[in-house]
Design a protein around this ligand. Structure first.
Ligand code: NDP
Length: 346
């Protein structure tokens, strides 16, 4: 058995958009396996937008990654040694071993996977944290009602595509917003959205709003917020009274660092935003999915059969090689990914 592993650590904190030199690839000894621990050889790991926030030193719901520390994140792989009775070599598991070829975990930090039931990659995407996020935010905080209109940005990603497909199954009109014609075709042709608008085709929020209006003749009842920025500004005035906004993410501002301390981010957005919420009686609910995993079995009960029946589809964008993770991650933040972004380690 190999006694070395490779991993990517945070070399320095980005100022704005991350650069490749904010990351460092290292070869290190695999630590000795302690009592009750399991050694996993990663097959794939996940690249997710939230990782950008962890690269900052700003206070958030989760601690930032320290300089020289492993880039944290979800991974799926095979157990190659075990000092825990719950796992034996050959088992597959979902773990949080990050951007690395190998990792050590305790059974409580792992979930056993059955590759015969679903490809192991799905535990990082459609059947994992992002898919669950879309389902939970829409159903629990969006309160979707048949005949209503939902708008979702980052429409072809693992969160947005789940939102749109679950909303369609529940009889809503679904309008996506995505970057580029190829993604918009994917939203309508693969995921069955009623319409999808290319936000890159519009310079400002006003023009985007005019386009959105054409596709939302009855206004917007639910805006599933993934992006913020121009898209948020375009959507808000079109919200119907008593509309709901599950506030899931705001990727357009992730490179702005600590928003509370960033004077350049003080714009007219806040007063306009507040006014819209007030006069339209909107419900805006922020949520962090890691607090809601008690609902995961319910998600599996609805979405598992829908995937098997072909009603819920998913797309994976797989990049090969640990060393290519930094560039792929930078691409995720600028919309280069087509579907759930994963790194194949072996
Ligand atoms: P995606 O795979 O959809 O990737 C992110 C996408 O965001 C990009 O592909 C791009 O798509 C879009 N994007 C980037 N910059 C902008 C911009 N300036 N304006 C508009 N769109 C932009 O990611 P996920 O599906 O994994 O995540 C979607 C959102 O959900 C993120 O904000 C993420 O942080 C959030 N999230 C929140 C969770 C929670 O617990 N609250 C849990 C999981 C995810 P395009 O080219 O189409 O614009």
């Amino acid at each position: 058995m190999t006694d070395q592993m490779q991993r990517i650590v945070l070399a320095s904190r980005p100022d704005g958009a991350p650069r490749n030199d904010n990351f460092r690839l290292e070869t290190v000894e695999i630590p000795a396996l302690g009592d009750g621990e399991v050694l996993i050889k990663a097959h794939y790991f996940s690249l997710d937008p939230y990782m950008r926030g962890r690269m900052d030193d700003a206070k958030s719901y989760a601690a930032g990654i320290g300089i020289d520390d492993l880039m944290a994140g979800g991974a799926v792989g095979e157990v190659i040694a075990s000092n825990a009775p719950e796992f034996v070599p050959g088992d597959f598991a979902l773990t949080m071993t990050g951007w690395a070829t190998h990792g050590i975990a305790k059974p409580v930090e792992m979930r056993k996977l059955d590759p015969a039931l679903a490809p192991i990659t799905t535990a990082l995407g459609v059947l994992g944290m992002p898919g669950f996020t879309g389902w939970y935010g829409l159903t629990e905080l969006g309160h979707p009602q048949k005949g209503e209109t939902v708008v979702v940005g980052a429409a072809t990603g693992p969160v947005g595509s789940m939102v749109g497909q679950v909303a369609r199954m529940r009889g809503l009109r679904v309008v996506g917003i995505a970057g580029g014609e190829a993604k918009c075709s994917m939203a309508t042709e693969v995921y069955g959205f009623d319409a999808c608008i290319d936000h890159r085709a519009f310079e400002g929020a006003r023009d985007l709003r005019e386009a959105l209006k054409q596709h939302c003749p009855d206004g917007i009842d639910i805006y599933f917020e993934n992006v913020g920025g121009k898209v948020l500004e375009a959507v808000l005035p079109l919200m119907n009274a008593h509309g709901r906004i599950p506030l899931c993410g705001m990727i357009a501002w992730y490179n702005a660092g600590n928003l509370g301390a960033n004077a350049a981010m003080e714009s007219l957005t806040a007063p306009r935003l507040w006014q819209s919420i007030l006069v339209k009686h909107l419900s805006v609910n922020g949520f962090i999915i890691s607090n809601h995993f008690d609902r995961y079995p319910e998600f599996l009960r609805e979405v598992g059969p829908a995937i098997a029946a072909g009603q819920v589809k998913h797309t994976e964008d797989i990049v090969e090689g640990l060393e290519n993770a930094p560039a792929a991650f930078r691409g995720l933040l600028t919309g280069k990914n087509m579907g759930k972004l994963l790194v194949k380690v072996i």
